[in-house]
Design a protein around this ligand. Structure first.
Ligand code: 3HC
Length: 289
């Protein structure tokens, strides 16, 4: 199946949206990133320049290739700037009401039934987002990238109840053209990645809370003994403790089992504002890094 895409619109210029736009541009696609925050757009642009300059220094691409990729990305302060894109990936805040509103607007803007409305959500139901897109519901699909997007190989492709087979097949083709490995999952809470990853992270918090071991030992055991690139508590800091708590809440609510309840210690650190790398402190102190 051909993906039939040349220009990808990305809504949200945070870490995930910025990464998706970068990967799209490096793979030869035009990319338009929209964010209502001018600072977020500036930060994304500066990071694109920094990462592609580094790629040149490391001889992973030539100066000309990096310049061409940068020239393929444009930054749009208004959603209308996405007009003319033939695929859209949403990567905004994980809030169902905010996303539903956006999918309603995207459905009005993009009436061509070749244009998919994809979501990078890690925990929100694709079926619920599709319902907000009315007639465009068959074009709504999950396209779940992983952080850091330029490095991580996987795209988890999520089929909502309404998603058309053709859109799923084109999502797979597009992810491959972006240099990723797509793997399909159905629309259940946490899909596969967070259904399996988050309870492991939550369990690491429980082990710490119960005094089984200190964080360094828990992480060391999982890196050295199980070959994880980061231990679960270090990974929680990297992802954001608030995001981990949010995903556990979704699993708990949707799957209805006590084993998915967020660990009290995780909840407490979030309440204390210790959210991980982004606030300088989570399980570990990152302020000096
Ligand atoms: N953006 C772009 N490139 C980055 C990067 C970033 N933010 N961070 C690291 N890199 C690149 C580096 O430039 C380097 O590239 P090079 O080898 O070509 O020079 C390469 O990644 C390795 O980086 P480092 O040598 O600095 O560090 P590590 O070898 O420790 O790797 C890591 C860093 C890739 C982050 C690794 O520790 C890792 O894989 N950690 C686990 C990440 C993970 O599990 N992510 C998934 C999170 S879950 C998620 O996203 C889903 C959501 O729904 C919650």
């Amino acid at each position: 199946m051909e993906h039939g895409v040349s220009r990808i619109g990305v809504v949200g210029a945070g870490q995930m949206g910025g990464g998706i736009a970068q990967v799209a541009a490096v793979s030869g696609f035009g990319a338009v990133v929209h964010d209502a925050s001018a600072e977020a757009l500036d930060r994304a642009k500066a990071l694109h320049e920094k990462l592609l300059n580094r790629a040149v220094e490391k001889e992973r691409m030539t100066r000309d290739e990096a310049d061409a990729a940068l020239a393929r990305i444009s930054y749009a302060p208004s959603l209308d700037g996405l007009a003319g894109c033939d695929w859209v990936v949403e990567a905004i805040v994980e809030d169902l009401a905010v996303k539903r509103e956006l999918f309603g607007r995207l459905a009005q803007m993009f009436t061509d039934d070749r244009v998919a409305l994809a979501s990078n959500t890690s925990s929100i139901s694709i079926t619920a987002l599709a319902a907000a897109a009315n007639d465009a519901a068959p074009r709504v699909v999950g396209m779940h990238f992983f952080n850091p997007v330029p490095v991580m190989k996987l795209v988890e492709v999520i089929r909502g109840v309404q998603t058309a087979d053709e859109i799923v097949a084109r999502t797979v083709a597009l992810a491959e053209a972006m240099g990723k490995t797509p793997l399909k999952a159905n629309d259940r809470a946490g899909f596969v990645s967070n259904r399996v990853l988050m309870p492991m992270i939550n369990e690491a918090f429980r082990a710490w809370m119960e005094g089984v071991a200190e964080p360094e030992a828990i992480d060391g055991i999982m890196t050295l003994g199980c070959n994880h690139p980061m231990g679960p508590l270090r990974l929680a800091d990297f992802i954001g403790l608030d995001t981990c708590e949010h995903i556990m809440n979704v699993l708990h609510r949707e799957l209805g089992e006590a084993r998915f309840a967020p660990c009290p210690l995780l909840r407490q650190l979030v309440a204390a504002g210790r959210l991980g790398d982004k606030t300088g402190r989570g399980v570990y102190d990152h302020s000096k890094r």
